[in-house]
Design a protein. Structure first.
Length: 237
């Protein structure tokens, strides 16, 4: 694979999807930095897993260690202050009257891209890499491919600089995401993603399942559990 001399900035939450995207970027770009967002999320433990994941991934391949650059964490307290959602409040996770799950944080990914674009502008990175996905996206409109394409255009126009937003997981499901991690970094990366990435909306790191840690009942855990079960079935098929 040809390594681009460009720099990339990965939107890195500490979850399964963003960890897989980080590995994907490390395989493709000469320098890779990461950014995470502290927006008052209930599952703030995902931020605590980020540095552990970064260090462990850098240890998997000498080339990855050489390419992995700085990490940035941006505080977005205002997002939680204006959000009445199950990700920022101790409220039930369920479907709302508008047909969207109560875990939908309005504008979250749009805001993330704006701040990531501003940071990438300052850091000289032309590529943004993010884990949005239309297959397992829980109905979030800001995870749709059209939304991401529109943000790419808006950033380019608003910052007067060409940006490319990469979404390697956009058209694959969770099972294929597990498979992609294994394809990129072998069993070592797959095990790392299972053990140290965090997806559970309730921030539960006490219960260990074959697919990783989590409450086992929230939508994020259910998606991850179902995806892992399908991944294992596909492996033995």
């Amino acid at each position: 694979m040809t390594i681009a001399n460009d720099s990339a900035l990965v939107l890195f939450s500490g979850g399964q999807d963003s960890a897989t995207c980080l590995a994907w970027a490390l395989e493709r770009f000469a320098r890779v930095e990461t950014v995470g967002f502290d927006y008052g999320q209930r599952h703030v433990v995902e931020l605590a897993m980020r540095e552990k994941l970064r260090a462990a991934m850098a240890a998997l391949k000498a080339a990855w260690k050489e390419r992995l650059g700085e990490d940035h964490v941006v505080k977005l307290d205002a997002l939680a202050a204006i959000s009445e959602t199950a990700l920022t409040r101790d409220t039930a996770i369920e479907m709302a009257a508008d047909g969207l799950p109560t875990t939908f944080v309005p504008g979250r990914n749009l805001i993330f891209f704006c701040f990531a674009g501003a940071l990438a502008y300052r850091r000289g990175a032309r590529h943004l890499v993010a884990g949005m996905c239309e297959t397992d996206y829980s109905g979030y409109p800001d995870c749709r491919d059209d939304t991401v394409k529109a943000m790419q255009v808006a950033l380019g126009l608003g910052l007067d600089k060409r940006f490319v937003i990469h979404t390697p997981l956009m058209w694959i499901d969770k099972a294929a995401t597990f498979a992609l991690a294994e394809a990129i970094g072998g069993k070592a990366l797959l095990d790392l993603v299972i053990e140290d990435s965090h997806s559970c909306y309730l921030g539960d790191r006490a219960k260990r399942h074959d697919w990783g840690y989590g409450c086992g009942t929230c939508p994020a855990c259910q998606l991850r559990a179902q995806g892992f079960a399908k991944f294992k079935r596909d492996e033995t098929a």
